[in-house]
Design a protein around this ligand. Sequence first.
Ligand SMILES: [Ca+2]
Ligand SMILES: [Ca+2]
Length: 211
Amino acid sequence: MKKLLSLILGIIFILLLNTAVFAADIKIESAQRLDSGKVKVVCAVTSTEAVQTVTVISYEAETDLSSLTDITDDILKKIIHIDQFEVEISAQNKIEFEFDPAEWTSSEKTYVVKVGGAGIADPDVMIIKNNGGELEFIFGDADGDNNITASDAAYVLQNALVESAKMPIKNLTENWFKYVDVDGDGYITAADALEILQKSLLESYKMPIEK
Ligand SMILES: [Ca+2]
Ligand SMILES: [Ca+2]
């Protein structure tokens, strides 16, 4: 009986493992505003397919809509734009598409762009503000996940030490510098990391750039 149980557990484990291996994964790598007003998005995709069906949803970020598995009427009202299409996956495992954020009418609001699709269990999100045609991000959010956490401080600290260090916000906007130079002195230093760390501990804390 014990043997049978471990055999069943073993099979379940292998099945879970296979799902993990074959499930497609998507990660937004960059978003750039084009002269046409559209936003060009590049994503890294792991998939065995040559073509990926992509679903792009944008909505206001006021409500926590981190899980779209439970789409209530309330959430449906918040969704501004939904698009679904197929894109070819490049040899570098990248996909590229454009979307028009013209529906984002308010410069006061922050919007979420969620990219998922066929076989993708975990859609990736990009959080942006549309201020008079400029895409805006949240001050201090070095990894672009719409939260200020110790991870953002860590990225900024790494960049203070090594200028070429990786930092997700660098790929999301050409104007990334102003979002991480949170003390506004024109340099990325440990002082910026410290400001962001304080903000991560106390939400009401105002970094110099927010004052
Ligand atoms: Ca963050
Ligand atoms: Ca600074």
